[in-house]
Design a protein around this ligand. Structure first.
Ligand code: KG4
Ligand code: ZN
Length: 335
C-alpha cells in the first residue's frame, strides 16, 4: 500500500499528514495562526512565515509520530508548491525538500486548490467530468475537470474572492478575522431587512467588491443617520446575495458544461447556507460536499491530491521554486 507524507503551509495554517493510497488518514496535524492574525484583522504575510518557521519542525515530527510509520516507509513527500504567500510556501517547501533529500524520496509539488478539490474523494470517488466551485480566501473559481489531470478555469472573480469579501464584511460589523464562520452564524439569526444589489457580471465570472462596498455604504449611511446597524440582518443580506451569485453562476456553468459531479472546494465550502443552497438546487449531477473538518487548509487534502501526481509520475526537483500565483491550469510540476 503506497503512502504519502504531505505538508501544507501556503497561508496561515501549518500542517502535516500521512495517508495511504486508499485515503486512510494515518495522521493529520494542523496548527492555525488565526488567533495571532485576528489581532491585525487579517493575515500579515511576514508574521505568517515567521510562525511557520517556528512550527514546522514540531508539526512534521508530530505528523510522523502519530502516523505510526517511519519516513523511510513513505513513497513520496508532497508539499504545497502554490498558490499562496511566498514566504509561507517556502517554509513548507524547505521542510519537504529536506525530508526528500535525506530519505531519498520523490518530491511532489501540489497545487493548493487541487488539494481543496481532491479532499472530496474522502466522501466518494469523483465521476468525471467534474464541475468544481472553488471558494476560498484567495480564490473564487469555477473549474471544469475532464479528468484528474485536466483542469480548465471557466469562471473567475474579477475582483475580490468570496472568502475575502466575507472577511471584509465581518470587519465592517466589527467582528474578528476570519469573518466567514462569524457571518455564517450571525446570518442564521438575521432577517430580510436590508437589500444589497446582486452583482451583475457577464458569463461565468464573479464579482464581490461591489457587494462589499454596498455593505460598507449601508453601514456608513445608518451611522450618519444615527440609526442602529443590525449586524445579524447585514450578515443575512450579504450572505444571501453573495451565495445567490455563486449558485446562479454554477447553474449557468452546468448548462454549458454538463458535468457528472458538482463539488465544493475551499474554506467557504464550510458555509452552512452554501451547502444548504447547493443541496436544494443542484439536481442531475451528483453533488459532493467536502467534509467540514477538511474545508479549511490542511495537509490531508495535499496528500489526497498528491496520489494523483504520483500516479501520473509528476514530480519536482530540489531546485524547483515555489509559485505564489500559480494557476490550476498550469502543469508546472512535471519533470
Ligand atoms: O481555503 P482557506 O482555508 O484558505 C485559503 O486557501 O484561502 O479559506 C479561508 C477562507 C476565509 O476567508 C474564511 O473566512 C472562509 O474561508 N470561511 C468561511 C467559512 N469558514 C471559513 N466563509 C464562509 N462561511 C464559513 N463557514
Ligand atoms: Zn485554502
Amino acid at each position: 500500500m503506497k503512502k504519502i507524507l504531505a505538508i501544507e503551509s501556503s497561508c496561515d495554517e501549518t500542517a502535516c499528514a500521512v495517508l495511504d493510497e486508499d485515503l486512510n488518514i494515518l495522521s493529520s496535524v494542523v496548527t492555525s495562526q488565526i488567533d495571532v492574525h485576528a489581532r491585525f484583522g487579517g493575515v500579515i504575510p511576514e508574521v505568517a512565515s515567521r510562525m511557520h518557521v517556528e512550527q514546522i519542525s514540531s508539526i512534521v515530527s508530530e505528523g510522523v509520530k502519530r502516523s505510526g510509520i517511519n519516513v523511510e516507509d513513505v513513497d513520496a513527500i508532497a508539499y504545497t508548491i502554490g498558490p499562496g504567500l511566498i514566504g509561507s510556501l517556502h517554509v513548507g517547501a524547505a521542510a519537504a525538500k529536506a525530508l526528500a533529500f535525506f530519505y531519498e524520496k520523490p518530491l511532489i509539488g501540489v497545487h493548493h486548490l487541487k488539494g481543496h478539490i481532491f479532499i472530496n474523494e474522502l466522501i466518494e470517488p469523483l465521476e468525471y467530468p467534474v464541475l468544481a466551485l472553488v471558494v476560498s480566501g484567495g480564490h473564487s473559481e469555477l473549474v471544469y475537470i475532464e479528468n484528474d489531470d485536466d483542469f480548465k478555469i471557466i469562471g473567475t472573480t474579477l475582483d475580490d474572492a468570496v472568502g475575502e469579501a466575507y472577511d471584509k464584511v465581518a470587519r465592517i460589523i466589527h467582528e474578528a478575522y476570519p469573518g466567514g464562520p462569524v457571518i455564517d452564524r450571525l446570518a442564521r439569526l438575521g432577517k430580510p431587512h436590508y437589500e444589497l444589489p446582486l452583482p451583475k457580471v457577464e458569463g461565468l465570472d464573479f464579482s464581490f467588491s461591489g457587494l462589499k462596498n454596498a455593505a460598507l455604504q449601508l453601514s456608513k449611511r445608518l451611522e450618519k443617520n444615527g440609526e442602529e446597524l443590525v449586524k445579524e440582518d447585514l450578515a443575512y443580506a450579504f450572505q444571501e446575495t453573495a451565495l445567490k451569485h455563486l449558485l446562479k453562476k454554477t447553474q449557468l456553468a452546468l448548462e454549458e458544461y454538463p458535468a457528472k459531479t458538482v463539488l465544493l472546494a475551499g474554506g467557504v465550502a464550510a458555509n452552512s447556507r452554501l451547502r444548504e443552497l447547493m443541496s436544494e438546487n443542484i439536481h442531475g449531477p451528483k453533488l459532493i460536499l467536502p467534509p467540514l473538518k477538511y474545508c479549511t487548509d490542511n495537509a490531508t487534502m495535499i496528500a489526497c491530491a498528491a496520489f494523483h501526481y504520483l500516479k501520473h509520475g509528476q514530480f519536482v526537483t530540489l531546485d524547483t521554486s515555489s509559485m505564489p500565483s500559480m494557476s490550476i491550469e498550469e502543469n508546472g510540476t512535471m519533470l
